[in-house]
Design a protein around this ligand. Structure first.
Ligand code: URA
Length: 307
Protein backbone atom coordinates (compact mmCIF):
# COMPACT_ATOMS: atom_id res chain seq x y z
CA UNK A 1 0.00 0.00 0.00
CA UNK A 2 1.05 3.58 -0.41
CA UNK A 3 3.10 5.07 2.38
CA UNK A 4 2.09 8.58 1.50
CA UNK A 5 1.20 10.43 4.65
CA UNK A 6 -1.33 13.15 4.73
CA UNK A 7 -0.83 16.38 6.67
CA UNK A 8 -2.75 15.14 9.69
CA UNK A 9 -0.75 11.91 10.03
CA UNK A 10 2.54 13.79 9.65
CA UNK A 11 1.50 16.21 12.36
CA UNK A 12 0.57 13.38 14.73
CA UNK A 13 3.77 11.47 14.10
CA UNK A 14 5.81 14.64 14.63
CA UNK A 15 3.95 15.36 17.84
CA UNK A 16 4.79 11.94 19.30
CA UNK A 17 8.44 12.21 18.34
CA UNK A 18 8.32 9.74 15.50
CA UNK A 19 10.89 10.64 12.91
CA UNK A 20 9.43 10.66 9.44
CA UNK A 21 11.78 9.96 6.64
CA UNK A 22 11.25 9.09 3.05
CA UNK A 23 13.46 7.06 0.73
CA UNK A 24 16.26 9.40 -0.36
CA UNK A 25 16.23 11.03 -3.75
CA UNK A 26 18.60 9.19 -6.13
CA UNK A 27 21.62 11.41 -5.49
CA UNK A 28 20.92 12.07 -1.82
CA UNK A 29 23.17 11.16 1.09
CA UNK A 30 22.61 7.72 2.70
CA UNK A 31 19.44 7.63 4.75
CA UNK A 32 19.72 7.36 8.53
CA UNK A 33 18.67 4.13 10.15
CA UNK A 34 15.53 4.18 12.26
CA UNK A 35 16.88 4.66 15.72
CA UNK A 36 14.86 4.96 18.87
CA UNK A 37 12.23 2.94 20.61
CA UNK A 38 9.44 5.33 19.80
CA UNK A 39 10.38 6.05 16.22
CA UNK A 40 8.51 4.48 13.37
CA UNK A 41 10.55 4.85 10.22
CA UNK A 42 8.01 5.71 7.59
CA UNK A 43 8.55 4.96 3.97
CA UNK A 44 11.38 2.52 4.58
CA UNK A 45 11.45 -0.82 2.84
CA UNK A 46 14.25 -2.64 4.61
CA UNK A 47 16.14 -5.06 2.42
CA UNK A 48 15.88 -8.04 4.69
CA UNK A 49 14.07 -11.28 4.74
CA UNK A 50 10.82 -11.61 6.62
CA UNK A 51 11.47 -12.89 10.11
CA UNK A 52 10.60 -16.49 10.62
CA UNK A 53 7.46 -17.04 12.61
CA UNK A 54 9.34 -18.48 15.53
CA UNK A 55 11.87 -15.68 15.63
CA UNK A 56 9.04 -13.19 16.01
CA UNK A 57 7.46 -15.24 18.75
CA UNK A 58 10.72 -15.61 20.61
CA UNK A 59 11.31 -11.87 20.50
CA UNK A 60 7.85 -11.23 21.89
CA UNK A 61 8.35 -13.35 24.93
CA UNK A 62 11.91 -12.19 25.50
CA UNK A 63 13.01 -15.77 25.05
CA UNK A 64 16.69 -16.56 24.46
CA UNK A 65 17.83 -17.63 20.99
CA UNK A 66 17.22 -21.32 20.35
CA UNK A 67 20.08 -23.53 21.44
CA UNK A 68 22.24 -25.25 18.84
CA UNK A 69 21.08 -28.78 18.03
CA UNK A 70 22.30 -31.33 20.52
CA UNK A 71 25.15 -33.50 19.26
CA UNK A 72 23.86 -36.64 20.84
CA UNK A 73 20.25 -37.77 21.10
CA UNK A 74 18.85 -37.29 24.55
CA UNK A 75 16.41 -39.78 25.95
CA UNK A 76 12.90 -38.38 25.61
CA UNK A 77 11.28 -37.56 28.90
CA UNK A 78 7.59 -38.22 28.97
CA UNK A 79 5.78 -35.41 30.77
CA UNK A 80 3.80 -36.69 33.69
CA UNK A 81 0.26 -35.47 33.16
CA UNK A 82 -1.13 -34.78 36.55
CA UNK A 83 -3.91 -32.25 37.08
CA UNK A 84 -2.60 -29.56 39.38
CA UNK A 85 -4.45 -29.40 42.64
CA UNK A 86 -6.68 -26.35 42.89
CA UNK A 87 -7.68 -26.22 39.22
CA UNK A 88 -11.34 -25.91 38.37
CA UNK A 89 -13.26 -25.97 35.10
CA UNK A 90 -13.79 -22.63 33.41
CA UNK A 91 -17.06 -21.08 34.60
CA UNK A 92 -20.04 -22.23 32.55
CA UNK A 93 -21.90 -19.90 30.22
CA UNK A 94 -19.05 -17.55 29.27
CA UNK A 95 -20.78 -17.15 25.89
CA UNK A 96 -23.80 -15.57 27.59
CA UNK A 97 -22.06 -13.44 30.20
CA UNK A 98 -22.38 -9.69 30.39
CA UNK A 99 -19.28 -7.53 30.88
CA UNK A 100 -19.15 -7.53 34.71
CA UNK A 101 -19.78 -11.28 34.83
CA UNK A 102 -17.04 -11.84 32.27
CA UNK A 103 -14.62 -9.67 34.25
CA UNK A 104 -15.43 -11.66 37.38
CA UNK A 105 -15.05 -14.98 35.57
CA UNK A 106 -11.58 -14.02 34.33
CA UNK A 107 -10.56 -12.66 37.74
CA UNK A 108 -11.48 -15.93 39.40
CA UNK A 109 -10.44 -18.30 36.61
CA UNK A 110 -8.57 -21.42 37.73
CA UNK A 111 -8.94 -23.41 34.51
CA UNK A 112 -5.23 -23.83 33.85
CA UNK A 113 -2.04 -23.90 35.85
CA UNK A 114 -1.20 -20.26 35.10
CA UNK A 115 -3.55 -19.35 37.95
CA UNK A 116 -0.98 -20.81 40.35
CA UNK A 117 1.80 -18.43 39.40
CA UNK A 118 -0.03 -15.25 38.40
CA UNK A 119 -0.15 -12.19 40.63
CA UNK A 120 -3.11 -10.70 38.79
CA UNK A 121 -5.31 -11.59 35.90
CA UNK A 122 -5.15 -9.10 33.04
CA UNK A 123 -8.60 -8.66 31.54
CA UNK A 124 -7.78 -5.67 29.34
CA UNK A 125 -8.04 -1.91 29.39
CA UNK A 126 -10.37 0.50 27.70
CA UNK A 127 -12.69 3.41 28.31
CA UNK A 128 -14.47 3.26 31.63
CA UNK A 129 -18.22 3.00 31.29
CA UNK A 130 -20.21 4.25 34.25
CA UNK A 131 -22.61 1.35 34.73
CA UNK A 132 -19.94 -1.31 34.21
CA UNK A 133 -21.27 -2.18 30.76
CA UNK A 134 -18.88 -3.12 27.99
CA UNK A 135 -17.39 -0.07 26.31
CA UNK A 136 -18.41 0.08 22.66
CA UNK A 137 -15.05 0.64 21.03
CA UNK A 138 -13.98 1.15 17.45
CA UNK A 139 -10.68 -0.68 17.85
CA UNK A 140 -9.65 -3.85 19.63
CA UNK A 141 -5.95 -4.56 20.02
CA UNK A 142 -5.05 -8.17 20.80
CA UNK A 143 -1.60 -9.07 22.06
CA UNK A 144 -0.18 -12.34 23.29
CA UNK A 145 -0.04 -12.62 27.06
CA UNK A 146 0.84 -10.50 30.07
CA UNK A 147 4.52 -10.24 30.95
CA UNK A 148 5.98 -9.52 34.35
CA UNK A 149 5.00 -5.83 34.44
CA UNK A 150 1.49 -6.55 33.26
CA UNK A 151 1.09 -9.35 35.80
CA UNK A 152 2.05 -6.92 38.57
CA UNK A 153 -0.11 -4.08 37.29
CA UNK A 154 -3.11 -6.12 36.15
CA UNK A 155 -3.06 -4.08 32.92
CA UNK A 156 -1.89 -5.09 29.44
CA UNK A 157 1.09 -3.55 27.68
CA UNK A 158 2.52 -1.40 30.45
CA UNK A 159 6.21 -2.16 29.77
CA UNK A 160 8.49 -1.00 26.95
CA UNK A 161 6.42 -2.78 24.31
CA UNK A 162 3.38 -1.03 25.73
CA UNK A 163 5.04 2.37 25.35
CA UNK A 164 5.67 1.64 21.71
CA UNK A 165 2.10 0.41 21.29
CA UNK A 166 0.78 3.61 22.90
CA UNK A 167 2.83 5.68 20.48
CA UNK A 168 1.66 3.65 17.51
CA UNK A 169 -1.92 4.16 18.60
CA UNK A 170 -1.36 7.86 19.13
CA UNK A 171 -0.13 8.10 15.56
CA UNK A 172 -3.58 7.04 14.41
CA UNK A 173 -5.39 9.24 16.90
CA UNK A 174 -6.03 6.73 19.67
CA UNK A 175 -5.02 6.55 23.31
CA UNK A 176 -5.76 3.90 25.89
CA UNK A 177 -8.63 4.87 28.11
CA UNK A 178 -8.57 4.15 31.79
CA UNK A 179 -9.51 5.98 34.96
CA UNK A 180 -6.34 8.10 34.75
CA UNK A 181 -6.64 9.08 31.10
CA UNK A 182 -6.44 12.80 30.49
CA UNK A 183 -8.42 13.46 27.31
CA UNK A 184 -6.39 14.99 24.50
CA UNK A 185 -7.86 17.12 21.79
CA UNK A 186 -8.43 15.15 18.61
CA UNK A 187 -7.50 11.85 20.26
CA UNK A 188 -10.07 9.14 20.86
CA UNK A 189 -10.12 6.53 23.62
CA UNK A 190 -12.27 4.24 21.52
CA UNK A 191 -9.86 1.35 21.84
CA UNK A 192 -9.72 -1.73 24.06
CA UNK A 193 -6.41 -3.50 24.58
CA UNK A 194 -6.26 -7.12 25.65
CA UNK A 195 -4.34 -10.36 25.17
CA UNK A 196 -5.05 -13.90 24.08
CA UNK A 197 -4.01 -15.11 27.54
CA UNK A 198 -5.30 -13.33 30.61
CA UNK A 199 -2.58 -14.72 32.88
CA UNK A 200 1.19 -14.51 32.63
CA UNK A 201 3.06 -17.58 31.46
CA UNK A 202 5.97 -18.03 33.89
CA UNK A 203 9.41 -16.87 32.76
CA UNK A 204 7.97 -15.27 29.63
CA UNK A 205 7.62 -18.61 27.92
CA UNK A 206 5.28 -19.00 24.96
CA UNK A 207 1.64 -19.72 25.66
CA UNK A 208 0.86 -23.38 25.71
CA UNK A 209 -1.89 -24.55 23.28
CA UNK A 210 -3.94 -25.87 26.20
CA UNK A 211 -3.72 -22.48 27.94
CA UNK A 212 -4.76 -20.69 24.75
CA UNK A 213 -7.72 -23.06 24.39
CA UNK A 214 -8.83 -22.37 27.96
CA UNK A 215 -8.64 -18.59 27.47
CA UNK A 216 -10.16 -18.32 23.98
CA UNK A 217 -13.81 -18.20 25.09
CA UNK A 218 -12.99 -15.09 27.15
CA UNK A 219 -11.52 -13.30 24.14
CA UNK A 220 -14.44 -14.39 21.97
CA UNK A 221 -16.94 -13.01 24.47
CA UNK A 222 -14.96 -9.78 24.74
CA UNK A 223 -15.25 -9.32 20.98
CA UNK A 224 -18.99 -10.05 21.06
CA UNK A 225 -19.58 -7.49 23.79
CA UNK A 226 -17.15 -4.80 22.64
CA UNK A 227 -18.36 -4.92 19.02
CA UNK A 228 -15.20 -3.33 17.64
CA UNK A 229 -15.03 -2.13 14.05
CA UNK A 230 -11.43 -3.24 13.64
CA UNK A 231 -9.26 -5.83 15.36
CA UNK A 232 -5.51 -5.46 15.21
CA UNK A 233 -3.86 -8.81 15.94
CA UNK A 234 -0.32 -8.28 17.22
CA UNK A 235 2.00 -11.23 16.77
CA UNK A 236 1.77 -14.91 16.08
CA UNK A 237 -0.42 -15.99 18.96
CA UNK A 238 -3.05 -13.32 18.43
CA UNK A 239 -3.15 -14.08 14.71
CA UNK A 240 -3.42 -17.82 15.29
CA UNK A 241 -6.06 -17.47 17.93
CA UNK A 242 -8.28 -15.20 15.85
CA UNK A 243 -7.77 -16.79 12.44
CA UNK A 244 -7.61 -20.49 13.23
CA UNK A 245 -11.15 -21.13 11.98
CA UNK A 246 -10.85 -19.08 8.81
CA UNK A 247 -7.34 -19.65 7.45
CA UNK A 248 -6.44 -23.18 6.33
CA UNK A 249 -3.01 -24.46 7.39
CA UNK A 250 -2.52 -21.36 9.48
CA UNK A 251 0.27 -22.91 11.54
CA UNK A 252 2.44 -23.14 8.45
CA UNK A 253 2.04 -19.49 7.42
CA UNK A 254 4.69 -17.04 8.63
CA UNK A 255 3.35 -13.94 10.33
CA UNK A 256 4.76 -11.73 7.59
CA UNK A 257 2.58 -13.51 5.04
CA UNK A 258 -0.56 -12.76 7.03
CA UNK A 259 0.13 -9.04 6.84
CA UNK A 260 -1.44 -6.85 4.19
CA UNK A 261 -4.74 -8.73 4.15
CA UNK A 262 -8.04 -8.23 5.86
CA UNK A 263 -9.46 -11.26 7.61
CA UNK A 264 -12.66 -11.57 9.65
CA UNK A 265 -13.32 -12.79 13.17
CA UNK A 266 -16.99 -12.99 14.13
CA UNK A 267 -17.60 -10.68 11.20
CA UNK A 268 -15.15 -8.03 12.44
CA UNK A 269 -12.26 -7.06 10.11
CA UNK A 270 -8.89 -8.27 11.39
CA UNK A 271 -5.50 -6.88 10.35
CA UNK A 272 -2.36 -8.74 11.44
CA UNK A 273 0.82 -6.94 12.40
CA UNK A 274 4.06 -7.49 14.25
CA UNK A 275 4.10 -7.56 18.01
CA UNK A 276 5.54 -4.36 19.54
CA UNK A 277 8.08 -6.39 21.53
CA UNK A 278 9.37 -7.80 18.25
CA UNK A 279 9.49 -4.30 16.77
CA UNK A 280 11.65 -3.13 19.68
CA UNK A 281 14.28 -5.58 18.49
CA UNK A 282 13.70 -5.26 14.76
CA UNK A 283 13.57 -1.54 14.16
CA UNK A 284 13.53 -1.93 10.39
CA UNK A 285 10.12 -3.58 10.56
CA UNK A 286 8.48 -0.56 12.18
CA UNK A 287 7.80 0.77 8.70
CA UNK A 288 5.83 -2.39 7.98
CA UNK A 289 3.90 -1.95 11.21
CA UNK A 290 3.01 1.54 10.08
CA UNK A 291 1.79 0.07 6.77
CA UNK A 292 -0.41 -2.27 8.79
CA UNK A 293 -1.90 0.58 10.80
CA UNK A 294 -2.57 2.47 7.56
CA UNK A 295 -4.28 -0.59 6.12
CA UNK A 296 -6.44 -0.92 9.23
CA UNK A 297 -7.35 2.77 9.05
CA UNK A 298 -8.24 2.46 5.39
CA UNK A 299 -10.47 -0.52 6.07
CA UNK A 300 -12.24 1.23 8.92
CA UNK A 301 -12.15 4.83 7.68
CA UNK A 302 -14.96 5.95 9.91
CA UNK A 303 -12.84 5.35 12.98
CA UNK A 304 -10.04 7.66 11.88
CA UNK A 305 -10.10 10.72 14.05
CA UNK A 306 -9.27 14.14 12.76
CA UNK A 307 -6.82 16.13 14.82
N1 URA B 1 3.16 -8.50 25.47
C1 URA B 1 1.89 -8.85 25.22
O1 URA B 1 1.59 -9.56 24.26
N2 URA B 1 0.94 -8.39 26.01
C2 URA B 1 1.19 -7.60 27.05
O2 URA B 1 0.25 -7.22 27.72
C3 URA B 1 2.52 -7.24 27.29
C4 URA B 1 3.50 -7.71 26.50
Amino acid sequence: MSLDLDKRQRAMLREMGVRIWQPPAPAAAPAPAPDATNNIAVGVRPERAEPRFDAEAAAVRGAPAPAAPALRPVAAQMPVSRPAPGLQPRPAGVDRMDWPALQAAVAGCRACALCESRKNTVFGIGPVVADGAAPQVDWLIVGEAPGENEDLAGEPFVGQAGKLLDNMLLAIGLQRGNVDTVPRAGVSTSVFITNVLKCRPPANRNPDPAEVAQCEPYLKRQVELLQPKMILALGKFAAQSLLQDSVPELQKIPLGKLRGQVFRYLGVPVVVSYHPAYLLRSLGDKAKAWDDLCLAMNVAPTVVRSA
